[in-house]
Design a protein around this ligand. Sequence first.
Ligand code: ATP
Ligand code: MG
Length: 374
Amino acid sequence: MTASAIASNDITPVPGPLPGPPRMLTGDRPTGRLHLGHYAGSLANRIRLHRRYESFFIVADLHMLTTKNSPEDIAAAGRHAADMVLDSLAAGLDPAHSVFYLQSAVPEVAELSLLLSSLVTVPRLQRIPSLKEMGQHAGQREMPLALLGYPVLQAADILAVRATAVPVGRDNAAHVEVAREIARRFNRRYGAVFTVPALVPADVPVLPGTDGRAKMSKSLGNAIYLSDPPGEVAAKVRRMYTDPARTTAGVPGTVEGNPVFVYHDAFNDRPAEVAELKERYRAGKVGDAEVKEKLTGALNRFLGPIRERRAALAADQGLVEELIVTGTERTRREAKRTLADVRAAMGLTAALAGFRRAARARGAVPGPPGQAGP
Ligand code: ATP
Ligand code: MG
């Protein structure tokens, strides 16, 4: 297919296959433990949605390689994967409704990604702003091929398990749009194999860091982790950035965009307390120390049950590992089926089958196992 054929309007919908069970796919790269930003930005939404679907949670270690591929990064991915699954379960994902799997252990996904890559053009991918940002964030001056192909690999993740729904934040919506285009193009060109996945937009807030920077992030060192013990939460909150113009408690302060109040709004289960603190803060009638002390209390009330569940799950030795192994095997079975359908629809299986028949007729190649040779 020429680039112009790919770029042309051959994405008009054709009837897809009969819809399978509602399935959701989402996940993260195994780069560390989960923090409050992950909770606000994606985990809370997953917890809310996951029981309505068969939910697949990818531990995207191949995606990690697009910006982090040192032997040390790769060696740490296993520990990070276990931590992330543990954090997710502790926060409220139900293992009975969740399939956790390791992307690199499902090689069919990589093959599918290669097959799908002929259905999208380089300029289409270059127009996605988040990819450029990811490269810059990772300190890369030039775009690695794998990073440019990130949305294609993500399309393979989604389509391999025939996900019907993909919850996404703003930064990822453009990637899922590519997956939808690829699915439609594939169906049109080779036959209806894929249900076009629906984008489930999650208008989730970006949680600022404890240092006041716009985003809480592991690599910025400004995160409060779901697994932080109470004393560590207290220490991080004490050091938190607030309104810099407020030199003493008597100076009226700004609440909007002030991370201490952003966290109060997101995690404090006592709205009356938050409203009262805001009023006194604006009037210069409360010190930062009290606002922070109440925030520590709120965060520890929120994290307490998560910590307890985390400890109980961790004490059940091998549980998380078992979930990842059985989830990966389950996903591999799904991906194998999809890949077989894809290869058959594309006509990729026909040539070798013909060669085999001819070779077998000559007596040079044995028949399939269990069948007497000619
Ligand atoms: P790194 O510093 O290595 O980039 P990170 O802490 O930014 O790590 P990611 O692994 O990049 O975490 O985040 C994965 C996903 O989690 C993001 O795409 C986003 O959906 C969500 N997320 C992460 N941090 C936040 C945040 N502060 N607010 C809202 N969502 C977040
Ligand atoms: Mg990040």
